[in-house]
Structures are given as C-alpha cells and as structure tokens.
Design a protein around this ligand. Structure first.
Ligand SMILES: Cc1cc2nc3c(=O)[nH]c(=O)nc-3n(C[C@H](O)[C@H](O)[C@H](O)COP(=O)(O)OP(=O)(O)OC[C@H]3O[C@@H](n4cnc5c(N)ncnc54)[C@H](O)[C@@H]3O)c2cc1C
Length: 506
C-alpha cells in the first residue's frame, strides 16, 4: 500500500513537497491554516488574499534558476501556467553588463541560468492551482495544526504519528505514515519535539538587516526601462542595499534593505513618501519609479526578525525523530537578500523524494535525508552567513566616525571590489560560472577555486582601476550623509560617538 503523507503548510515548501512526492503515488494531504486564494486573477489575489501564516508574501521575491530548473524538469506544464498568469523568465543574457553584451555568444547551458520573476502571490497561485489538480493531493485550507501526535521510542527517538488541530473551529486529529513540516519561519511544531526531548540542534543568528518593499505599476503605455541603457537596477551603498524586482502584469517592486543599526533610517523609510524619495535618489531605480514611468501602489511593507537558522535532525548519526521531515524555513532560514529560500525548500523536497524512494527503514531515512541536506544546502548557507557577518561589520563601521579598516581588511575589500567584481563584469565565461554558484547549480565557491579562474581574477585586479575603468558600474547612489540630509533624516543620531549610548543595546 502506498504511504500516506500529511504536509503542514501550503506555502512554497508544502506545495513543492506535493510536486515532488505526487509522482511517487503517495497519498498527500496538505493542511493550511489560511484560506484559499480569493480569485483567479493575479491582481485580486495580490490585494485580497489574507495570508496571516506567511506575512512575507507581499515582499519582493525572485525565484532562482535552481527552482525554475526543478519545475521545468518535472512539471513543464506548470512553467507554462506560470507564464500564462504573467510570471516572466529573465535570461542570462539580460544579466550581462553593458561591456559584455556586444561580445555575447549564447551557450546551450545558459538556458539553465534563467530565473522566474513575479509577485510571490502569483507564483503561489499558479503552484497551488496546479497542485490542487494532482490526483493524489488534497489541500485542506483553514486547518490549523496545533500539535504533533507523538510517541517516544525506547531509544529516545520521538516518533511522529500525525497531527492535532482544528478546522472551522472543529477539533480534529489526523494520522499518517509520514508528516512533512513546511510550516515556515514561525512554525512552532519543531519546538514541541525539542521540548519532548528530541535531540535537535539549532544555530541561529541575525542577518543584520530589515527589508522594506513597495510595489509599483507601470503607467498605461509605459514599458520597463531598457536594461542596456540604464544603470544597474540593484546596488549596494554600504548603508543600504537595493533592487528592483520585475513582476507580472505590469507590476514591479523595489526593495531597500537597511542594516539593523541604522535606527533613524529604518524608522523614516516606513513613510511611503520617504521611501519613494529614496528611490528617486538612486540612479538605477529612478528610471523605474519616476512619475512618467510608474505609480507607487499601497504602503511600504517592512519586515524584521530576519535570521539565518540551521537545524539538524540527526546528531552523531543519531536521528531525533522518525516519520517526521521538516523542510523550508522551519528547517533552514537564510537572508532573503540572496533569494535562496524558495529554492532551499524545493531542493529539500527533491531530497525527501530521493530518500523515501531509497529505503523504507525509518531511521535510515532520517540519516539519508540529513546527509543529503548537509551536502546540498550547507555550502550555500555557510557562504551567505559569511557574507552577512561581513556586511554587519561594514554597517557598524559606517556609523563609527574616523573608522579605518585594517590593512588586511582593505586588501580583501579591494580583491572583491576591484578584482572579483570587475572580472565577472568583464569576462562572460567567469560571470557564467559565478552565476552557476549563485543559482545553486554548483558549489558557491567552486568557480573561484579553479586555478584558471583565480588567475583571471588576479589578472583584472592587477591591471588597476585605470585600465579597468570601463568595467566599473556608475555610482549606485549618494553617500549616507548626503541622502539622509536630503530627506531631513538626522544622519548623526545613530553614529557611534564616544560616550554615546548604543540604542540597539538599550
Ligand atoms: C522578506 C523576505 C523576502 C524573501 N525573498 C525571497 C526571494 O526573493 N526568493 C526566494 O527564493 N526566497 C525568498 N524568501 C524566502 C522564502 O519566502 C521562504 O524561504 C519560503 O517561503 C519558505 O517556504 P516555507 O514553505 O518554508 O514557508 P512559507 O512559504 O512561509 O509557508 C508556510 C505555510 O505554512 C502555513 N502554516 C504555518 N503554521 C501552520 C500551522 N500550524 N498549521 C497549518 N498551516 C500552517 C502558513 O500559513 C504558510 O502558508 C524571502 C523571505 C522573506 C522573509
């Protein structure tokens, strides 16, 4: 008899689990606390879908090549349905710098670097419609899971047998062979297992930023700015990072991430007028948000509590649970700036299918799932965590008057800014390989670890700024003090002045 699977959550992880497991014939029931999409129209869904369980659905999302590749390989019809709803594909060619475009010769593998871009609600709508039509999948909206039904084994492993919760205020218990927990970043069920003595470990630290997003719509007759003629629509000014996320159906959003330590700026930016004014100060964003091109829609969506978090369900070869498989944000969270969360969830769902098809032994399944996740996801997790730590240090330095980097720090910064960055903006082959790492098609550090590539980077670095001049992008925007003064924000309030109090600590 085929196994029964309860999936908690119909967000990206839950829906990807259904995509992954449905072809194996297992009977899948997805339990989702929120109601179904209110309509079939992407605009209505964006405006009216109550998603209390996933407060970030109106934040900018882009979907990496790895996720698109999984959809394309296993469910090509879904990719078509996504496009019918307005989602778009951005190709590798569109990511080339202005000095690379003329020399570009397409390679077959470039197709693998295509990304999907749309409002997240549109992606969810398409995924959900598709999953709902799969024969062996049922989605039960309005089902709030309160508790896992568990039983400790003699050897201290917690066996999960089902869930208890309520639907339409009716208490219910459901049992199944397997429980997949895709309840997202605020999911609390894994905590229950820890309290019951399951040997689960967790490492967690702040990503150091807050996310601020506002949506825009192109005015009638307007098109998106020509990428070949405008400055890059994303950038890093040290005290903020920003980017345009092209969306579906004439929509796009702008996200500005602000370091946690910039207390005044992060307060001020929630004002829609201030947010809009900042976009107009950024040469790469202004062509999108100026009054002839588009109009802003609605409020600024702010989001904090952004953490990197990694949980291990097997410690020293000893599984913590049986028949329970967490995936998505409840297992691993990453800084949204890298756009990897949805791909992490989709890859985990793939790893789960491979594991379940490989063995029926419950403890072996735990070990195999754990080993696959460590191998597949851990390198990206470590890579982005290292970058977060460095960005946090930079943001603090920006607030410390008179701060001077160490000699070593300056060399490293120059290696990345004047070496790596210039090499990938100049050499299409290097960009192609770096992108494979970024999009999770290869180990993130593989390309730079190849001696030939490293030598190319050194070549560009040693040429010096003058000879590389064409490869430097135009300035992404004003310095901190200049921008804040223009917006009447007190630029001195958060400086780490001698004797000043650290407001974050307070
Ligand atoms: C600001 C921000 C921007 C991001 N940008 C990107 C991006 O550009 N690209 C990208 O790939 N990733 C991005 N991410 C990450 C991505 O959104 C998450 O990694 C992804 O949503 C994880 O999927 P999930 O299924 O684990 O959780 P979710 O998608 O959050 O889904 C969890 C689901 O579980 C339901 N649920 C929760 N508890 C219960 C319960 N007790 N009972 C029943 N149902 C329950 C919720 O209602 C929800 O539907 C971003 C994240 C944030 C915060």
């Amino acid at each position: 008899m085929r196994e029964s699977v309860l999936v908690i959550g119909a967000g990206i992880g839950g829906l990807c689990t259904a995509l992954s497991l449905a072809p194996t014939g297992r009977q899948i029931t997805i339990l989702e606390r929120d109601g179904p999409p209110p309509a079939e129209d992407a605009d209505v869904v964006f405006l009216d879908w109550h998603r209390r369980g996933a407060g970030h659905v109106r934040q900018s999302h882009a979907f990496l090549a790895r996720l698109r590749g999984i959809i394309k390989k296993h469910h090509p019809a879904l990719l078509e349905e996504l496009k019918e709803l307005g989602a778009r594909e951005l190709t590798f060619e569109m990511m080339l710098s202005d000095i690379q475009r003329d020399r570009y010769e397409p390679q077959p593998e470039d197709e693998e670097l295509t990304i999907i871009t749309s409002r997240r609600t549109t992606l969810e709508l398409a995924l959900r419609n598709y999953v709902e039509r799969l024969e062996n999948v049922t989605i039960r909206p309005g089902f709030f899971v309160r508790k896992l039904l568990t039983e400790p084994d003699e050897d201290g492993v917690v066996a999960v047998q089902g869930v208890a919760g309520e639907q339409d205020e009716r208490p219910l218990e459901l049992r199944a062979d397997l429980v997949v927990d895709a309840s997202g970043k605020s999911g609390f069920l894994i905590q229950q297992l820890m309290e019951e003595g399951a040997g689960i470990t967790e490492e967690s630290e702040t990503a150091g930023i807050l996310y601020f997003t506002r949506h825009y719509r192109l005015l009638p007759g307007q098109e998106e700015p020509d990428r070949t003629k405008s400055p890059p629509a994303s950038g890093d000014l040290g005290y903020i990072k920003f980017g345009v996320f092209p969306g579906d159906n004439g929509c796009f959003s702008v996200t500005i991430s602000v370091p946690e330590v910039e207390l005044e700026l992060r307060k001020a930016i929630m004002n829609p007028d201030v947010f809009h004014a900042i976009t107009l100060q950024l040469p790469g964003i202004q062509p999108w948000t100026n009054a002839e091109r588009s109009e802003p829609r609605g409020k600024v969506h702010g989001m904090g509590d952004l953490h990197s978090r990694w949980r291990d369900m097997v410690i020293e070869d000893r599984p913590a649970t049986r028949n329970y498989f967490p995936l998505g944000d409840t297992l691993v969270r990453t800084n949204p700036l890298y756009g990897r969360g949805c791909s992490f969830a989709a890859v985990s769902a793939e790893m789960l299918r491979e594991t379940l098809e490989e063995t029926t032994d419950p403890l072996e399944r735990q070990r195999a799932y754990h080993a696959r996740l460590r191998k597949e996801l851990r390198p990206y997790y470590i890579n982005q965590r290292t970058q977060d730590r460095s960005a946090i240090r930079q943001a603090e330095a920006a607030l410390t008057p008179g701060y001077r980097k160490s000699w070593r720090g300056r060399v490293i910064e120059s290696f990345f800014d004047d070496g790596v960055r210039i090499a990938v903006r100049s050499d299409i082959g290097l960009l192609r390989q770096a992108m494979r790492g970024f999009h999770m098609l290869e180990h993130p550090n593989k390309w730079l670890g190849k001696p030939g590539n490293f030598a190319r980077v050194l070549y560009y670095w040693s040429r010096g700024k003058k000879r590389n001049a064409r490869a430097y992008p135009p300035s992404p925007g004003p310095a901190r003090e200049e921008l804040m003064t223009a917006l009447a924000i007190d630029h001195r309030a958060d400086l780490r002045l001698p004797g000043g109090e650290d407001k974050l600590a307070a």
